[in-house]
Design a protein. Structure first.
Length: 88
């Protein structure tokens, strides 16, 4: 979905396109992020008034609109590191 279409989708679904939401949409669509915290750290560089809760709400709204899809990912360290940490 193109950037302008994302802004339009948000506004058509009853969400005002505030300055913070515009920044978040731009940040979110710029990369594939692994967490909301990463998005927050990038967004706060552009506008220090953006809060973590705003990022989570925006992610939820975009997911609800079908603009993005949540993807869960877990990774483990090497087998040796895992055994050391577990004391095995």
């Amino acid at each position: 979905m193109a950037e302008g279409a994302d802004h339009k989708a948000v506004s058509e679904n009853g969400k005002r396109i505030t300055h913070q939401r515009r920044i978040l949409i731009d940040v979110i669509l710029a990369h594939n992020w692994s967490s909301c915290k990463e998005i927050y750290y990038e967004a706060v560089k552009r506008d220090p008034t953006i809060g973590v809760a705003t990022v989570y709400r925006m992610m939820g709204a975009l997911e609800e609109l079908g603009v993005l899809k949540r993807n869960y990912s877990y990774s483990a360290p090497s087998i040796e590191e895992s055994r050391e940490r577990l004391g095995a």
